[in-house]
Write a new protein. Structure first.
Length: 247
């Protein structure tokens, strides 16, 4: 039996808008394929060997939650997590987690809060809160398709040359409401503002992440067993159509 290990970063502090559902989706689509997925919560003060981890999930949180875990993330987890990302660890980071993987967050008061620096992005607080359903067009190597979610953020995230966009915004605001991009990719790390939860709504992305983790753990020849997602895809199509009609 194939087995994977997933690190869930700060689940008690970074879990807004149903982000925990992303871990549930990964677990269920692994389970239905006969893949054992061990979920390891990473809380402040915990020690973890990142060389043993195949996937990591980092959810969104309120500013107060982010403040409580930032020092632990940078000082305790930072060196191992950064090295793992450089070694193609599969990561999904949403909203606050996405921001904290970048270089810094510039607050409304002008305070510059440091990030992990694993992704070449930075975030600046904006006056407008960007709220609503969002659709972005992505292409992860098998042709374009549409990713749907819900965004709620005032931070505006800007990309450096070290990342590529996850997708083009078709409806909604995206990372900053200006350049038309939603989310960023670096190696096997994915960051975006799509809550909702993201993965239950988008089984293509769920399976893409699992497939990346399997190939990293077991080699390039490791294949992801097929698994139907008819109901999830039908719901996705309805939601995408509904959102795009309002554009």
């Amino acid at each position: 039996m194939m087995a994977l290990r997933l690190a869930h970063l700060y689940p008690d502090h970074m879990n807004v808008y149903g982000d925990r559902g992303n871990v549930i989706a990964l677990r269920q689509r692994c389970l239905r394929r006969g893949i054992a997925l061990e979920v390891i919560p990473v809380n402040p003060g915990d020690t973890i060997d990142w060389t043993t981890i195949d996937l990591a999930f980092f959810g969104g949180g309120q500013d107060s939650g982010q403040a409580l875990i930032t020092t632990d993330l940078i000082e305790r987890q930072g060196p191992g997590l950064r090295a793992a990302i450089e070694n193609d660890l599969v990561v999904l980071a949403i909203c606050g987690g996405y921001q904290l993987l970048g270089h810094y967050f510039l607050t409304h008061t002008g305070e510059r809060l440091p990030g992990l620096g694993a992704l070449d992005v930075h975030t600046i607080a904006g006056k407008q809160r960007m709220i609503g359903n969002i659709v972005i067009e992505v292409d992860l190597g098998q042709g374009p398709w549409r990713l749907v979610g819900f965004e709620n953020h005032s931070g505006r995230t800007f990309h450096g040359s070290g990342v590529k966009p996850l997708g083009k915004v078709l409806a909604g605001y995206g990372d900053n409401g200006q350049d038309g991009w939603g989310g960023a990719i670096y190696r096997n790390a994915f960051g975006c503002y799509l809550h909702g939860s993201l993965l239950p709504k988008n089984p293509q992305l769920t399976d893409h992440l699992i497939g990346l983790a399997l190939r990293r753990r077991y080699g390039a020849s490791a294949e992801l067993p097929p698994l139907s997602a008819e109901r999830e895809l039908a719901a996705q199509r309805v939601m995408v159509q509904r959102v795009l009609r309002r554009v």
